[in-house]
Design a protein around this ligand. Sequence first.
Ligand code: SF4
Length: 450
Amino acid sequence: MAGILGIKSTQNVSRKLFYGLNSLQHRGQEGCGIAVNTGEDIVRVRHSGLVIDSMKEDVLDSTTGNIGIGNVRYAMASTSVNATGEPFFGFTKGEKLSIVNDGSLINHQLLRTRLEEEGMMFQTNSDTEVILYLIARYYDGDIIKAVKKAASYLEGAYSFILMYQDKLIAVRDPNGFRPLVMGHKNGEYIFASENAAGDILGMTFDRDVTPGEIVVTGENGFVSHRLKDKEEKHSFCIFEHVYLARNDANLEEVNAYLFRWRTGKILYEESPVDVDLVVPVPDSGYPAAIGYSQASAIPLGEGLVKNRYMGRTFIKPTQEEREIAVRLKLNPQYHVVKGKKIVLVDDSIVRGTTSRNLIQNLRDAGATEVHVRITSPPVEYPCYYGIDTPSRNNLIASQHSVEEIKEIIGADSLSFISLDGLYRASDLENRDIFCNACFTGNYNVDPCLL
Ligand code: SF4
């Protein structure tokens, strides 16, 4: 997962990129970078760590230009952030191209091998570099034609922003796995993973870039093209609404906060429990816990205090780090949970490590019963579309029944929302827009291409 951003303005964009990337920081904390077109050159700054620690005043002051792109990202277990850090940048036929991307190509190894056989050399093992090379290869003066041709070889998930001359070009894969939205204000244009980046800059959120769409910043607004004539099955990652996006994200016409709040209400309808207190696992568990509390009339209590300066637990590269992170990240409130029967509301169980530690910590703090309600169905299958979930062997729900998971994590009871319940939480008439492969194994783009 990554957060991507592109801004075209009539003023210097480096500070706007800085602020916008801060609002996308939840999408990746291990690395960040910007590329700004100064008019004469592309200046790139890439760094490991948080945006606020990486892009100091002197860096922003020395990076001036009216168009730029940026990203935040997380590290995969086997890669170094600096080695794979975006934006990528290259020259082709006298033009400079830079790119940021969110997603994961199913066939990247195949494409890479073919390109290497033709003599191309890669600096990293990133999918994004492959996309950039393909675009460069097919560029003959017509950038839209080159993007379409390159995309015709891509299988899987990608949302990318390309900086070309004085234009930004936003592209979303034909299935629309990963988010990408667009907005504007007085001659300024923005593309971003989530609307928060534009909101904080006072820009108007226009809409999602639709699956299979190419949107270009033109002289008088946005110009839209299609990657190909044929539509593919819309497969927006439902986990964006369960967990990944910010509460204020409006993606695919669904507000993440309301979605989460409705999952809590539906969870209570599906799996009521008689307890004294509803305790959210912060942050994405909050809206669902509020929904559960309102539906059940059981009071809500802040039984866990979050250390807000920690990254996400499931994206830490090693198991040992993940376990330390859980202990550091959430501390039980002794005075809130002591002597109480509680229901803990969380968004997912991946390996089970977080849940097991949390439940033990809550019992140590005096909770007499800990029931668990989860706002996603059991995650039984890995994601091949950009979310760094573990292999099947390490997904607790692929190896164990719900009853067994309950025993392993030490809960008094455990229920997951049904898939139908999750879809109902979207409140959309057409609920057939979501990818649900990690719950069902129904992959809309065949991972056998890997
Ligand atoms: S497999 Fe799961 S995490 Fe991956 S894109 Fe689909 S819904 Fe999202």
